[in-house]
Design a binder for this molecule. Structure first.
Ligand code: GLN
Length: 494
């Protein structure tokens, strides 16, 4: 069995017992990427020699101070390509940033590097994280390791697929409307969307700044807690990062759900859910009840307006955030354009893909004079209602559970021509972003052979209770060891 099948705590033990070194572990990960990623397409680029340098440094550190080194010291990880990595090309999946080499690294990346984690490379994503399938990447398709004819989910599809195919022990993604939780559900891995402010966004190429969060994707809930503990916490480079201490997140894992009140939102369950997804959810809910949780029907009445509000607010922020991609400050300049305006137009026309253009146009429209009140302002009011729904519900229950997505992974190409169908994929995840609360997707079962995630939502800075419930789901489902390590044979493209 590949070492990459093991949870991080087991690898940390093996590293300290000198059963293997970080260099060996890293070489193994690089070999797996070489063997399998041609078919999966999770990585946009690997940083093999830098990874081996980091692994050698980690081995020295582990030898010098095994007890003092972090659990993540020497562990191979990888980063979604929206996270800036000093000296390593970072594209956000967009042509307009092709060749962009950031002069600094994101805080989340720096914090992992500081404890000795080994960065294997950069992971594919939808262009500027806009999408639910990874099909909006300008560079390549990423395929779901469970079924190479299906999408991995998006926008952190490379991050989820890399963990599912056991190419990295943990990855970072970003979640603006579901982009960590959705691919986690589709690929059968754990994905955490931390509360707004829990993780610094310094060095994250912004999509919608009032919604974006960085979080981990891992095989197990405990692995996610390890990574979150390292990346979370105040950062003077991000004024929106929360001052509240992070604390020991792992202590929540063994809490169990006995005595917890878990809300089940009527509006989420009333949706048109795939029957397999519904049955996995109902089965898991019964297991949680058997483990002592009290299941309480709750109402989130503003849910029906959340999707529309999100697709006004997120594009509005896109139109502003992406204004800097003008071919001068960022992006390839245009030689010989007759005027500055035309130079901008040409750079942006050739640099952005259709979905990004659609968002910029939508966002500019909803912010324009005469339409601002009717769209943007109204959507902000809906956002407040969505947040109030959750506030009221968290007065009655400790956490909320639901399916993560209405369906399992869909086929490549299936929703490309229908943006509304693509947007609807996020219906169960984006309310949490509008409200700024914490959430996790944890593997709960299978529908027609495809993984299905269960979403746990907690209050703002309620990562602890999310992890606690997710750990109970993981235990009930007993799945993660059964998750695939697809062999090169299975992964050979048809
Ligand atoms: N799929 C959603 C969108 O396209 C969410 C993306 C995300 O969370 N980054 O906006």
């Amino acid at each position: 069995m590949s070492l990459l099948e093991e949870p991080i705590s087991e690898l940390a033990r093996g590293l300290r017992a000198r059963e293997f070194s970080s260099v060996e572990l890293t070489q193994m990960a690089l070999a797996e990427i070489e063997a399998k990623d041609g078919a999966v397409g999770a990585f946009l680029r690997t940083t093999g020699s830098a990874a081996l340098d980091q692994a050698r440094a980690a081995d020295r550190r582990l030898a010098a101070d095994p007890a003092g080194a972090s659990t993540l010291c020497g562990i191979p990880v990888a980063y979604k390509d929206v996270l800036c990595t000093k000296g390593v090309e970072t594209t956000a999946g967009s042509r307009i940033l092709e060749g962009f080499v950031p002069p600094y690294s994101a805080t989340a990346v720096l914090r992992l590097e500081a404890v000795g984690a080994v960065g294997l490379g950069k992971l594919n994503c939808d262009e500027f994280a806009m999408g639910s399938s990874n099909e909006n990447s300008a560079f390549q398709e990423t395929r779901n390791p469970w079924d190479l004819g299906r999408v991995p989910g998006g926008s952190s599809g490379g991050s989820a697929a890399a963990v599912a195919a056991r190419l990295a022990c943990a990855t970072l993604g970003s979640d603006t409307g579901g982009s960590i939780r959705l691919p986690a559900s589709f690929c059968g891995v754990v994905g955490v969307k931390p509360s707004y402010g829990r993780v610094s966004r310094y060095g994250l190429i912004p999509f919608a700044s009032s919604l974006d969060q960085i979080g981990p994707l891992t095989k197990t809930v405990e692995d996610a807690a390890h990574v979150l503990e390292v990346i979370a916490g105040r950062d003077s480079h991000d004024s929106t990062s929360a001052v509240a201490p992070v604390g020991d997140l792992r202590r929540h894992l063994s809490g169990g759900v006995d005595g917890l009140r878990l809300g089940v939102p009527d509006e989420y369950l009333a949706m048109d859910l795939d029957p397999g997804v519904r049955s996995v959810f109902e089965h898991t809910a019964r297991e949680l009840e058997a483990a002592g949780a009290q299941l309480i029907p709750v109402s989130l009445p503003s849910t029906e307006y959340a999707l529309a509000a999100y697709y006004v607010l997120a594009p509005a922020e896109v139109s502003s955030n992406l204004a800097r991609m003008d071919g001068v400050r960022f992006g390839p300049g245009v030689a010989g354009a007759p005027s500055l305006t035309e130079a901008y137009e040409q750079a942006r026309h050739s640099g952005f893909g259709p979905e990004v253009r659609r968002r910029i146009i939508l966002g500019t429209y909803v912010l324009s004079s005469g339409y601002y009140d009717a769209y943007y302002l109204r959507a902000q009011k809906v956002r407040t209602l969505v947040a109030r729904d959750f506030e009221r519900v968290f007065g009655e229950v400790d956490a909320v559970i639901s399916p993560t997505a209405p369906t399992p992974a869909f086929r490549l190409g299936e929703r490309v021509a229908d943006p509304l169908a693509m947007y609807a994929t996020d219906i169960l995840t984006l309310p949490a972003n509008l409200a700024g609360i914490s959430g996790i997707s944890v593997p709960a079962g299978f529908a027609a052979g495809l993984p299905v995630g269960l979403q746990v939502l907690g209050p703002h800075l309620g990562e602890g209770v999310c992890l606690r419930v997710a750990a109970a789901v993981e235990e009930a489902a007993d799945l993660w060891r059964k998750l695939p390590s697809p062999t090169p044979h299975e992964l050979r493209p048809e």
